[in-house]
Design a protein around this ligand. Structure first.
Ligand code: F0G
Length: 364
């Protein structure tokens, strides 16, 4: 295994893009922690729960792992502009890497449906931001058409180089575990690029003899945006689309682009696809936050999924489970303010208290 590069992606250069050479555009990224937090394990009912926190990437989500490789390819091919459709994290990541590479970035996001932190990053890093009147699925159709017609390099996860970079979440996790594969790897799923990437990484790790057995991959969708979970229940007899709605805006996707590659990933790993309700997502997030770790709403779907699998007797006592937290707690500050400060019906609210500037008021 090639060692020495400071990036947790380019450390695996030979398995990602062996010919990148001088073109590499790296923050660096990756090298994210694998954590245990007792309160989260207890809530999920899983002693062997490990949290792989991809929110510790430079722009706060796993997207940086794919974006460093995709941007490197854009540099290699002399792209004059790069573009993506996004629910927010891909756009924040693209904006950052395009700025570093000195290539203009163009992002298509659903108007009014992007979490505040993600929008702030995208604007700060200087990407031209188009607020599209429509959902993510509409944005993706539009950016594909526009890129084709206008000769712009497309950096959504249908771009194979994005997937190559995202494979390193799995390689790095396995390396952290001494190449002793866990029983389950659980991740939130929307457009299914990451599910496809995880499946490819596990296939390659097994073929290279880096691991002796393949963990079961579990993709977790939000109940209001769960076409892939519906397909799974139907043994993937057909492809479904839905009108998506969920509090987890990152995975508010009704027509996932990487469907076929993700089906292969689930089949090859004897995997599972679940859906969890928004209430379950909030419940999981509150526990992860209260453990002092935190994550964005979509990320908490993975831990909610673990809890469901424990309840259903699929994850058993003694199983080792990695749940991927895909994004940082600061990605969605709007939701946190609403939950803790504005909503009156939320039992776990940590309500701030306004006081006069006197010691008496502090004591009270
Ligand atoms: N978690 C987070 C925090 C995400 O931002 C995304 C996707 C996912 C999970 C799901 O991954 O799409 O590969 O199945 N965000 C994309 C974006 C769609 O535009 O930022 P997926």
């Amino acid at each position: 295994m090639p060692m020495g590069h400071p990036s947790g992606v380019w450390r695996f250069e030979s398995l990602v893009m062996p010919t990148a050479g001088e073109a590499i555009t790296s923050h660096p990224e990756g090298n994210t922690p694998l954590m245990t937090r007792r309160v989260v394990s207890e809530w999920a009912g899983c002693d062997g729960l490990l949290l792989k926190h991809e929110g510790y990437n430079p722009t706060g989500s796993f997207k940086d792992r794919g974006m460093t490789v995709g941007t490197t390819q854009a540099v290699r091919t002399g792209a004059t502009a790069v573009a993506c459709a996004s629910t927010g994290n891909t756009s924040a990541s693209l904006a950052s890497y395009a700025a570093q590479a000195g290539i203009p970035g163009l992002v298509f996001v659903p108007a009014g449906k992007v979490a505040l932190g993600k929008m702030a990053q995208t604007l700060a890093y200087g990407a031209k931001t188009l607020l599209v009147k429509g959902d993510f699925d509409t944005c993706l159709r539009l950016v594909q058409e526009a890129s084709r017609e206008l000769g712009i390099y497309l950096l959504n996860s249908i771009n194979p180089w994005r997937v190559e970079g995202q494979k390193t979440i799995v390689f790095e996790t396995l390396q952290q575990l001494g190449w002793d594969a866990p029983d389950f790897i659980v991740l939130p799923a929307g457009n299914l690029g990451n599910t496809a990437a995880f499946g490819k990484a596990l296939r390659e790790a097994k073929a290279l003899g880096l691991i002796s057995r393949v963990p079961r991959l579990v993709s977790v969708q939000a109940a209001g945006a769960a076409p892939f979970a519906k397909g799974f229940r139907d043994h993937f007899a057909q492809r479904y689309t839905v009108q998506a709605e969920t509090i987890a805006t990152a995975i508010r996707i009704g027509d996932p682009a990487s469907w076929d590659r993700a089906v292969r990933a689930i089949r090859e790993t004897d995997g599972l696809v679940l859906s969890v309700t928004d209430d379950e997502i909030i419940d999981a997030k509150v526990r992860i936050d209260a453990a002092g770790v935190g994550c964005e709403p979509a990320s908490a779907a993975s831990v909610a999924g673990v809890r469901q699998l424990v309840r259903d007797g699929i994850i058993r006592s003694g199983d080792r489970v990695v749940a991927v937290l895909t994004g940082h707690v600061l990605k969605d500050p709007g939701m946190l303010v609403e939950l803790h400060q504005e909503r009156t019906d939320f039992a776990q609210a940590n309500r701030p208290v306004e006081i006069d500037a006197t010691v008496k008021a502090v004591a009270d």
